[in-house]
Design a protein around this ligand. Sequence first.
Ligand code: IMP
Ligand code: MG
Length: 337
Amino acid sequence: MPCTIVVGGEFGDEGKGKIVAHLALHDKPKIVARAGVGPNAGHTVYFQGKKFGLRQVPCGFVYEGARMLIGPGVLVNPEIVVKEVAETGTGNRFGVDRRCAVIEASHVEQDRTSAHLKGKIGTTGTGCGPANVARVNRTARLAESVQELQRFLADVPKEVNDVLRRGELVLIEGSQGFGLSLVHGTYPYVTSKDTCASTAAADVGVGPTMVDEVMLVFKAYASRVGAGPFPTEIPQGEAERMGIVEFGTVTGRRRRIGTFDFELARRAVMTNSATQIVITCLDRLFKGCAGAKKFEQLPADAQAFVKRVEGELGVPVTMISVGQGIGDVIDLRAEKL
Ligand code: IMP
Ligand code: MG
C-alpha cells in the first residue's frame, strides 16, 4: 500500500492524528505529507509523555525515519509552522512546498471579526477562509516569498511521486471531516475547501490512479464544533452522563456531541471511495475496552457496534482505537486485507 490517505468521515476531530502516528510508527513511511485546509485543524497525539496539538506539522513526526512535508494545497501560517517544527524537533526533515499560500494577519483579523464567518458559521478564526479567498483571487502570497520558511522550501509533489515510483510508502494526512467539506458537506456550515480523499491527494500533488488505500476515520460517536446541522446531536447533559465532554484543540470551544450518524457515514464512504474504516474513541463509548489488543478482548456491546458499522458501511474496519496512547490500537489489517 505505497500511497495511503487518512481522512475524516464526520465533522473533524475523529482522531486522525493518533491514527497517523500509529501508522507512521508501524508502517515506517518514507514521507508523511499533510493535506487539508491549514492551521484550522488541530491533530492531537500523545508521544513520550507529552501532548502535541499539531496544526501544520504532520502527526507522523513520531517516526523519525520519515520526512515531514506540507503539500502545496495547504495554507500555512509561518509563525505556527516555525513553532511546531521546533516543538517536534523535525527541522532537519521538514519541508513546506514553495506554492503553499500564506495566511496573513489581515486574514486572521477578517476571520475573527466578520459577522458572517465568526458570528454565523462559527469558524476557527484562524484566517483560513479569507486566505483561500485570496488564493482564488490570485492575490495570496506564497511560501517561497516568506523569509522564515526559506530553509524548509521543497517541491512536495516531486518528492512524493519519486518515493511512490520507487514503490515506497507515503502517508497522506488529511484534515477536517466529510461533513465540513465545502463541496459535499453541510454548506454553508463548512470549511473553505473540499475535505475528501481526492482533494487530499491533489493537495500534495498525487493523482487518483496513484492512491492505494483510503482510510476513513470515524469516532464511535460524532462531535461538531461551530454552527451547522447535526442530525444525531444529543443534549450536552446526556453526553456528560455518558462521560463525554470534549473541547476543540485549536479554539478550546466545547464540542457538540451526537450519536454515530450512519447516513452521513455511508455518504462519506461513497464519496471518499474508502477502502478501510477506522473507529476511534471506542473506549469512551463502551466501558471495558481499555487495554484490549485483540478484537475478541472487547466487551460484547463494543464488538456488536463495530460489526454493525462494518455491515452497514460495507467496508472492513481495519483499525480500532481504544485509548489516547499511540499504542492503544487494535490493528486488524493483517487479518482483513
Ligand atoms: P474554518 O475552517 O475555520 O473556516 O471553520 C469553518 C467550520 O469548520 C467551523 O464549524 C469550524 O469549527 C469547522 N472546522 C474547521 N476545521 C476543523 C477541525 O479541524 N476540526 C473540527 N472542526 C473544524
Ligand atoms: Mg481536531
